[in-house]
Design a protein around this ligand. Structure first.
Ligand SMILES: Cc1cc2nc3c(=O)[nH]c(=O)nc-3n(C[C@H](O)[C@H](O)[C@H](O)COP(=O)(O)O)c2cc1C
Length: 398
């Protein structure tokens, strides 16, 4: 990380003593480190210690000037990445709410680059639904990167999850944020459900949230790819730097994909595209008074977008086609069949119980070169990184 500009934020937890070691590791790696601390953090470790380690003044208070009056803007402006270790429950709550009530929260709010955070807290604080919601907001809406706390004996006497990751692990995760291994590649990602209209107010859809595809788009952009995201209806904000094309139905998604695919090195199709659509979209709202006690919906098959690309790019090495197989049983078998039938190169297989709508997911990545591996339980952003690693490796293999 030679000459990389890192802003290390320290908040008020017992694990703050480990931040001194983390700062040393960054400095030893050649990074140019600035430190900002919360007032609570100063109860656990002194700014003097951190100043000595990083060689620069360590601001703490919004109004007790250390360098200049605009520290809350200058500090984030100068940094390439921000690492918060430890991140307290309260700091996460402030950031998830977009607060700027103290220096460290203001600095974070004004920072536009990648943020990595290492939570540390008592097990019950970590398991509290409010904390879980804040972590989800920060990882999925704000695109922050988490170094998961580990399980073990905590300083408070409890045993369970909440212990801050070791500084060496945080260092590795920070190094990964500088990875630009997808630079020069164009990647098309599809995400979300499709909505198949029945009439002006009703539609058929599914429970996909789009979070998986958005995580892939986010991770690929951060790693330097030029990303176009074809998205069905979701409530998710578009990740920074991603070109999003909004669609509604499977037919619209097919058209958008076909228009965007030329020149792509990979197409990652995580959207849950409806297999069928109503044969007819009624011009006016269907009225039950006119329908009687039952109504038959006539459905017609939607095009299979992945299979269409498989046929169009058969025997070509680019784009690498990645499909998803979400099944309620026999996911691996179904994925293998899908690989062949659709002419895809890689399939990410998972069971609905392990992934759909949940916070964590677990998948098996299978490719047409007989490579297969089980990811184990991961957050969506972690799985996104694994899928991109697999695509990179696929490109590089003869
Ligand atoms: C001894 C002690 C240890 C604490 N350890 C933690 C901790 O590990 N994680 C946490 O979220 N809060 C911890 N707290 C509570 C925070 O210090 C408190 O919520 C504080 O307001 C956080 O402020 P900050 O987020 O600005 O640093 C601890 C408090 C005390 C007194």
């Amino acid at each position: 990380m030679k000459n990389r500009k890192i802003l290390l934020g320290i908040t008020g937890g017992i694990a703050a003593y480990k931040s001194a070691h983390l700062c040393r590791l960054f400095v030893r790696d050649g990074a140019d480190v600035r430190v900002v601390m919360s007032e609570a953090a100063c109860e656990f470790i002194t700014p003097l210690t951190m100043e000595t380690l990083c060689g620069k003044p360590v601001p703490v208070k919004m109004f007790g000037r250390t360098a200049g009056p605009l520290e809350h803007i200058d500090l984030p402006d100068e940094a390439e990445i921000m690492v918060i270790a430890p991140a307290t429950a309260d700091y996460l709550a402030r950031c998830a709410a977009g607060r700027a009530c103290d220096l460290i929260s203001s600095v974070t709010l004004a920072f536009t680059g990648p943020v990595l955070f290492a939570p540390a807290m008592n097990t019950n604080m970590w398991n509290n639904p409010a904390t879980a919601r804040n972590v989800l907001t920060l990882t999925e809406e704000h695109g922050w990167h988490i170094v998961q706390p580990s399980s073990g004996d905590l300083a408070c006497g409890w045993t369970g999850p909440g212990r801050m990751a070791e500084p060496e692990e945080i260092l590795d995760a920070a190094r990964a944020l500088f990875r630009r291994d997808l630079h020069g590649h164009r990647i098309l990602v599809t995400a979300g459900p499709t909505a198949e209209d029945l009439d002006p107010v009703r539609f058929l859809s599914n429970r996909s949230t789009g979070r998986m595809g958005y995580a892939i788009a986010h991770a690929a952009t951060r790693r330097g790819a030029d990303v176009v995201l074809v998205s069905g209806p979701t409530a998710l904000p578009c990740p920074t730097g991603v070109q999003r094309v909004d669609v509604r139905s499977a037919l619209e998604m097919e058209q958008a994909v076909n228009e965007e695919v030329d020149g792509c090195d990979a197409v990652i199709m995580s959207a849950a595209v409806a297999d069928y659509r109503p044969e007819q979209i009624m011009e006016h709202k269907i009225k039950k008074e006119q329908e009687g006690d039952s109504r038959v919906l006539q459905l017609v098959k939607n095009p299979d977008i992945l299979a269409g690309l498989g046929a169009r790019f058969a025997k070509k090495s680019r784009p690498v086609l990645v499909g998803f197989a979400l099944e309620t049983r026999n996911a691996i078998e179904a994925a293998r069949t899908k690989l062949q039938r659709k002419g895809a190169h890689i399939i990410v297989a998972n069971l609905a119980a392990d992934g759909l709508g949940g916070d964590d997911t677990r998948a098996t990545i299978i490719d047409d070169r007989e490579k297969m591996f089980d990811t184990g339980p991961l957050t969506k952003i972690e799985l996104a990184e694994k899928i991109l690693d697999h695509v990179l490796e696929y490109w590089d293999r003869p």
